[in-house]
Design a protein around this ligand. Structure first.
Ligand code: ADP
Ligand code: MG
Length: 695
């Protein structure tokens, strides 16, 4: 008989766990005893000693022990219960703003107490608000902790002490004959000096008292390292498995059609940069093989990814296949439509359009021409892959990702394509660079091409960080720029995630700027305008008959006016660095020196200051992306914090980046030599989060 597994032991087997508590544990993702072992502490507290009351300082977390000398209800601005606790060295107040009569009675003068909390300066001198405490019969009754005290992520109504007790019971199982399975091969453990799983789990839940607290909380505990490694490995294996599945399928072989390419390149007003050429060569090689291409095209804002996408599309179309080009927003999709119509119409290629707003006969016609194969390139939003869209011969999907299609949607899309028995090639383009570490994890299923240069003649944008108190000066600056025959943008940023409010803010700003700058011709553009209105405003701004364009972040994408040399971004502190970088990329496209003013609302938080300083110091998208990751974390950077795929239990991509090369090598080894552990590892760390079909 196989020995019982910890993941088959139900929570109610544990002492004190009934159905009600079990439900609460379920809320935080714990369903069995093994889950408890993988429910890891957020941080630790040091309760291995008793601090003398006379020696405490403000801000310190302390464990105290003494006798209550008085206990009174006080009526100040807020009613509170105040107890004075004394030991040989001094006296301190414990204050409770919420308390019951029974609690007051249990804390009467003469009671012996041990408590833990943060020291602050209060009404009576040093105080602790709502300490965790235990009433003692005598001081030796309860031994003090001999390990650091873990603090776990928890949920309402589930106290730390209770959770600690339950985890403690789960840890006891490890001492018995029921092991938690260590899937990692000895070969990997010894090569990397990693702990055995059981030791790692113990070390993380009950680090020894002499382990340095900082060292532990910084996540460099060897136990944590082992677990982070395993988790990162599981994620990578999951992505690599998608890749393997895909490699086993057959895609159409699309060879380059030199005549069509020649014709296209001759029509361009410029020649390709070296970076564009080599990226396209890589893509072209992939497309001409029968294995589906899965490639990520990275390049800084303005590096010219669109042209590379166009070349790729031509290669598919030249072989009689269709191409779908999907963008995350309607505005960006429209911008692509304009570009591609202009490029492809002279080549007699049929370009179609489909968005969620395409309805009625228009939609019907469009779907027909896609189904018949008459439409060769279909551009739009994720409407391109709704169930009623049937392609006659789809050969290539291009996704202009903008970070907004998360990993999930991308995989869901592939699922969908597979359900329709299509194995097209896939090209994913990101708006701004992604740090190498993130790319290695979130895009482990993709090959990567990088355009590492900008078209010639671009001058870096000069960036200033200015407080809103100096708005007048900024407005004068706009006047000067516009009267010197240059153009400017004024960008109003997101308010409370509401598009309606954002548009309203842009309207108000446009009005007030119109009053302040009567000699400047001002236009307004935002997401609520009809496509036609937007196009007409953009046309006027391009032609120079508008000098200042007040806009929401819709201009983040696709807008291309080389004569614009000044951009003011209001409340830049609300945006991520990648988005600011993307916005700023709208200027600095012409031959004059361009400027960007980050007009912040003071006071700025410390983090806000740091972030804006990064923008001032650098125009290098890869550097900015690294900083963004460091300052905000991977969920924010990839826009996946809600979707969960890139959210880790133990690992932290920024902190644990140093492990990633080893994770990559280990994943190759595992797939080659230990394929049987892929499934259980993925299940342990990702659970059933690997289903994307319903996105
Ligand atoms: P992104 O990589 O940000 O999507 P785009 O494809 O929008 O960049 O290109 C930015 C601008 O640079 C466009 O106006 C495009 O026409 C222009 N461009 C692209 N490639 C070149 C090149 N090789 N030489 C000069 N201009 C180029
Ligand atoms: Mg682009």
């Amino acid at each position: 008989m196989a020995s019982p597994q910890l993941d088959q032991i139900s929570l109610t087997q544990l002492k004190g766990v009934g159905p009600a508590l079990e439900k609460k544990l379920n809320v935080i993702g714990i369903y069995n005893v093994q889950d408890l072992l993988f429910h890891l502490p957020l941080r630790y507290e040091d309760r291995t000693r008793i601090n003398p009351i006379g020696g405490v300082t403000v801000g310190e977390n302390v464990q105290l022990q003494g006798e209550i000398v008085s206990c009174n209800i006080q009526f100040g601005r807020r009613r509170s219960l105040q107890c004075s606790l004394s030991d040989d060295s001094g006296i301190i107040s414990l204050r409770f703003f919420y308390f019951s009569a029974a609690q007051k009675n249990s804390l009467a003068a003469g009671t012996k107490l041990r408590c833990y909390g943060e020291v602050r300066r209060g009404r009576t001198g040093f105080e602790i608000y709502h300490p965790e405490y235990k009433v003692l019969q005598d001081f030796e009754e309860v031994p003090i902790a001999d390990a650091l005290t873990p603090i776990y992520p928890t949920t309402e109504g589930l106290q730390q002490a209770r959770l600690r007790n339950i985890v403690g019971q789960a840890l006891k199982y490890l001492e018995g004959s029921i092991a938690v399975q260590d899937y990692l091969p000895a070969e990997i453990l010894s090569e990397l000096g990693l702990h055995y799983l059981t030791d790692a789990i113990r070390l993380v839940h009950q680090p020894p008292a002499d382990a340095p607290l900082k060292w532990i909380n910084a996540g460099t505990n060897p136990g944590q390292k082992r677990l982070a490694f395993e988790e990162l490995l599981a994620h990578r294996l999951c992505m690599r498995r998608f890749r393997n599945d895909s490699d086993a399928q057959t895609a159409p072989k699309l060879t380059a059609n030199d005549k069509l390419l020649q014709q296209f390149l001759e029509g361009l007003a410029f020649s390709l940069t070296g970076g564009q050429q080599s990226a396209y060569q890589q893509i072209s090689r992939d497309l001409s093989s029968a294995c589906p291409m899965l490639r990520l095209l990275q390049g800084d804002v303005g590096s010219g990814k669109t042209v590379v996408a166009a070349l790729s599309a031509l290669q598919a179309i030249g072989n009689g296949f269709q191409v779908a080009l999907m963008a995350p927003t309607e505005t960006l999709a429209e911008q692509h439509l304009l570009n591609f119509e202009q490029w492809f119409t002279p080549l007699e290629i049929q370009v179609g359009w489909l968005s969620g707003k395409t309805k009625g006969t228009l939609r019907k016609k469009q779907l027909e021409s896609v189904a018949s194969g008459e439409c060769q390139l279909l551009i739009g939003t994720h409407a391109l892959f709704q169930d009623d869209v049937c392609y006659q011969r789809l050969g290539l999907i291009i996704i202009d990702e903008q970070h907004r299609f998360g990993v999930h949607q991308r995989l869901a899309l592939r699922d969908k394509a597979a359900r329709h028995r299509l194995n097209p090639h896939q090209l994913v383009m990101t708006a701004t660079p992604i740090p190498r570490t993130l790319a290695m994890s979130a895009y482990a299923d993709l090959d990567i091409s990088i355009i590492d240069e900008l078209p010639p003649g671009r001058m870096p944008v000069n960036t200033a960080v200015i407080s809103n108190d100096r708005r007048d000066q900024v407005i004068q600056r706009i006047e000067k720029t516009c009267t010197e025959n240059n153009q400017a943008y004024w960008v109003c940023t997101l308010i409370e995630e509401s598009e309606a409010l954002q548009c309203q803010a842009a309207e108000v700003t446009a009005d007030s700027l119109t009053k302040l700058l009567p000699n400047i011709k001002i236009g307004l553009i935002h997401g609520r305008l009809k496509s036609k209105q937007k196009a007409s405003v953009m046309e006027k701004f391009k032609a120079g008959s508008l000098q200042l364009l007040v806009a929401t972040t819709v201009i983040e994408v696709g807008v291309d006016v080389p004569n614009a040399s000044l951009m003011v971004i209001e409340n830049p502190e609300r945006l991520g660095l990648a988005q600011l970088h993307q916005l700023r990329g709208r200027v600095g496209r012409g031959s004059t020196r361009s400027h960007c003013i980050l007009l912040y609302q003071s006071p700025l938080s410390k983090a806000g200051k740091q972030r804006l300083a990064v923008m001032r110091e650098s125009t290098d998208g890869f550097y900015i992306a690294e900083k963004d990751l460091e300052l905000r974390g991977p969920g924010q950077v990839l826009g996946t914090q809600q979707t969960g795929l890139m959210s880790f239990k133990v690992a932290d991509i920024a902190r644990d980046a140093y492990l990633l090369d080893e994770v990559r090598d280990a994943s190759e080894l595992v797939m080659r030599q230990y394929p049987e552990i892929v499934d259980p590892l993925v299940r342990r760390w990702l659970g059933d989060r690997t289903h994307y079909a319903n996105v």
